[in-house]
Design a protein around this ligand. Structure first.
Ligand code: AMP
Ligand code: MG
Length: 324
């Protein structure tokens, strides 16, 4: 059985192909980068519609399979930017209807978790999911991924990207901030905002920009942004870990590429005798994670009619029934 997964929630159009044992047969990604400013939903979706056909062809040829050999089509149904979701949803629906093959819409956040579980072999981890738009601490309970704590405003990645945009770093700024942070030495005081098990990042952004204007060194600010916001993530993760007594901690989402964040979260896990893992090549948005989640859904008996596959731009992680 071969499953095709299409990812397209924001910046990256991804096509993943896997077999029935979750082996990756192809992983094609095409990322839209704005010339200046942030991601414009219309431009991002136009980019997707212009590259999706070629990306699917490339994935099929990388894997050495034909489109007729696909037994399940899947795509990211939400959450994400509406125009992008509708573009790839249309592509996936067209293929499935034309080839008379099952189609499944997948929750993007759940997919970030499932790829981590497949690759780590973890069965019941506490998940720290930190991407551009999302920042959540998650644990499966009674058939749903429950959100233990989350951002009350912007996602951490978006906060870093917005800071970067204002100080002249191109999008996405997260990796550039990580590089500059290594040269930072002084911890600049920034608001540390944990409310119960939730977090807020917008005040840190405002404060860091003010300090930038008053002449604080960019390297010190990058260092301080990371240390402060990552410490907040670790506090909430540790509180959740002590509460649910999970034996495994999984880091997911694009900000999880950050080595300093990996180091800090691994220390939290070790303190509580829990394992720590992250899906190294699949932290950022990709089609493989969509295909893997779709395969799990399919095996659990989830079915969708074409008319049930419209986009869910605001679908939350905890709205999805986890039947596998
Ligand atoms: P995603 O939405 O999961 O694809 O993640 C994209 C986000 O991850 C963007 O906000 C990036 O700036 C951020 N990001 C990627 N690499 C890093 C890194 N090394 N350090 C911090 N943030 C990163
Ligand atoms: Mg993502």
């Amino acid at each position: 059985m071969i499953v095709l997964g299409l990812e397209g929630t924001a910046h990256t159009l991804g096509v993943g192909l896997i077999d029935e044992d979750y082996n990756v047969l192809a992983d094609v990604r095409d990322t839209y980068s704005p010339e200046d400013g942030g991601i414009h939903p219309r431009d991002a979706s136009q980019h997707m519609s212009s590259v999706v056909g070629e990306a699917i062809q490339k994935a099929l040829s990388d894997a050495g399979v034909s489109i007729e050999e696909i037994s399940l089509f899947s795509f990211s149904q939400g959450p994400g930017l509406g125009p992008c979701l509708r573009t790839i949803g249309t592509a996936a629906r067209t293929l499935a209807l034309y080839h008379n093959t099952p189609l499944l819409g997948v929750n993007h956040c759940v997919a970030h978790i499932e790829v981590g579980k497949v690759l780590s072999g973890y069965t019941d981890p506490l998940v720290l999911y930190v991407s551009g738009a999302n920042t959540q601490v998650i644990k499966l309970k009674d058939g749903r991924y429950r959100v233990f704590g989350e951002t009350l405003d912007v996602g951490l990645g978006n906060m870093l990207d917005k800071f970067g945009r204002e100080v002249g770093l191109s999008h996405p700024a997260g990796p550039k901030i990580e590089g500059l942070a290594k040269k930072g030495k002084n911890l600049v005081g920034l608001p540390y905002v944990v409310k119960g098990t939730d977090m807020s990042f917008s005040g840190i952004l405002t404060s860091a920009l003010q300090k930038h204007q008053s002449g604080a060194a960019l390297e010190d600010l990058c260092f301080s942004l990371q240390e402060t916001s990552f410490a907040m993530l670790c506090e909430v993760t540790e509180r959740a870990l002590a509460h649910v007594k999970a034996k495994e901690v999984l880091l997911a989402g694009g900000v999880g590429y950050n080595k300093r964040l990996q180091e800090m979260v691994s220390l939290v896990a070790a303190e509580h005798d829990a394992g720590f893992s992250y899906p190294e090549k699949y932290m950022g948005d990709n089609g493989v994670m969509i295909a893997m989640t779709a395969l799990k859904m399919y095996r659990a008996g989830v079915k969708m009619k074409a008319e049930e596959t419209y986009a869910h731009p605001s679908q939350r992680t905890d709205e999805v029934d986890i039947k596998w």
